[in-house]
Design a protein around this ligand. Structure first.
Ligand code: FES
Length: 124
């Protein structure tokens, strides 16, 4: 079994060992970490956390747009660690998750990946 270490920066740098094949939400909750969740299939965004170091595989998520991905957000119910990682969890990690669309609308390249326009059309 391949494992990685998860450090939770906003919980006193608490560390947990997780199975690389198991969703982070399941692995961390099984070890007593209190994490919010809803749908558990990557669609509702409730379980979002901020990745500040390392890499994850979250190809199954459909909740995040490109702006949120660029800010480091990961969907814990489908994301698997692909290296040792550092996370910020809980609602305090959601400071950059939402943005008022009337004051600051998303740019074309910041939309969800399936509808986003390339950032620089000359590189398309
Ligand atoms: S619980 Fe709904 S996206 Fe993770």
């Amino acid at each position: 079994m391949t494992t990685h270490t998860v450090t939770i920066a906003n919980r006193g740098d608490a560390q947990f060992t997780v199975d690389a094949k198991r969703p982070l939400l399941d692995s961390l909750r099984a070890q007593g970490v209190d994490l919010p969740y809803g749908c558990k299939y990557g669609g509702c965004i409730t379980c979002a956390a901020k990745l500040t170091a390392g890499t994850v595989d979250q190809r199954r998520q459909v909740a995040l747009n490109n702006r949120q991905l660029d800010r480091g957000y990961v969907i814990l119910c489908v994301a698997r660690a692909t290296s040792d990682i550092t996370l910020e969890i809980g609602v305090e990690s959601h400071d950059q998750l939402y943005r008022n669309p009337f004051i600051d609308p998303l740019l074309p390249h910041e939309l969800k990946a399936d509808i986003a326009a390339p950032k620089d059309p000359s590189n398309a």
